[in-house]
Design a protein around this ligand. Structure first.
Ligand code: HEC
Length: 274
């Protein structure tokens, strides 16, 4: 079954696909190459560091029609508390009666505290190639950086949080699109890869931790900080599904599913990716 899925992928994407065991040698030397590349880039510091600093400035700057900072924004640990917030998101928020991830929560704060325009923020949330990070990406970088080294603890105590997990799980295994793929077609078994990319088995704790803790990440190939919303949108594209709406309930539910599966992992984002 796995091989059938993977050979279908090779046809549709027109690129080399390796099943476990195949082309082991070239794949492992390529992995070493990527690791070396990462080390070389890492020596001068992660380019994400600059974006994190921009995000901190933005957090503290009076902006929007209400000329307010985001220092009263409650990311779940109390107004203005940034440290550790990302490791505990998505979570249920009483004031909105909803489970929200970091990006939908920042959006909520920018609209409600600063009076900024929701559609406008969403329109620019994902920076285009060659552009500097969007305000959203910079803010995400700042907040995520303040959870570095902390244990992932996406809460499941509220009923709505458990419902979000259940829906996220359903979406993860839901097959659709022209190739009848689900997330699990690519991320539900061990040892799969496309081109030189390992496809982590996101249903298992070890690989789920490694993946979740490394996003958001600075994407070297795109010269940009990419967020979890971007990661999921890009995988909807890999799945040949319609565009995943930014900040949608489905995107939040999937993030809950991934985050809970990664429970106990140690946050290492913003990381550095190919
Ligand atoms: C057709 C195969 C395919 C499908 C279907 C797919 N993905 Fe992916 N996914 C990939 C590839 C390829 C990568 C690595 C991309 C890269 O690094 O360039 C990836 C990476 C990821 C990562 C980051 C892993 C890491 O360690 O960096 C996450 C999280 C993820 N996918 C989640 C999902 C979810 C959730 C779905 C379902 C909505 C999904 N994927 C559907 C191919 C797929």
């Amino acid at each position: 079954m796995k091989r059938i899925v993977l050979s279908a992928l090779a046809l549709v994407s027109g690129c080399a696909v390796f099943a476990a065991g195949a082309a082991q040698q070239s794949a492992s030397s390529a992995e070493q190459g990527i690791e070396q590349y990462r080390q070389m880039l890492g020596e001068g510091g992660n380019p994400a560091d600059l974006i994190v600093m921009t995000g901190e400035d933005l957090w503290k700057e009076k902006r929007g029609p209400k000329k307010a900072t985001l220092e009263k924004c409650d990311l779940g640990m109390g107004p203005g508390v940034v440290k550790g917030a990302y490791a505990h998101l998505p979570r249920y928020f009483k004031d909105t009666g909803k489970v929200m991830d970091l990006e939908s929560r920042l959006l909520y704060c920018m609209v409600n505290l600063q009076g900024l325009d929701r559609d406008d923020i969403i329109k620019h949330a994902i920076s285009k190639s060659g552009e500097y990070s969007s305000d959203m990406e910079s803010l995400v970088g700042y907040v995520v950086d303040k959870s570095k080294g902390m244990k992932i603890e996406v809460p499941q105590s509220h009923k709505q949080e458990r419902e979000a997990y259940a829906r996220g799980k359903e979406i993860f295994f839901f097959r659709g699109g022209p190739y009848d793929f689900s997330c699990a077609s690519c991320h539900g078994a061990d040892g799969q890869r496309i081109r030189l990319q390992d496809l982590p088995n996101l249903t298992k704790q070890g690989p789920a931790r490694a993946a979740y803790s490394s996003w958001p990440a600075y994407r070297v190939s795109q010269g940009a900080l990419r967020t979890m919303q971007w990661r999921l949108q890009d995988c909807f594209r890999q799945q040949r599904m319609p565009v995943l709406k930014y900040g949608s309930q489905a995107s939040i539910d999937l993030t809950v599913f991934l985050g809970v599966n990664a429970k106990g992992g140690e946050m290492a984002a913003p990381g550095l990716k190919r």
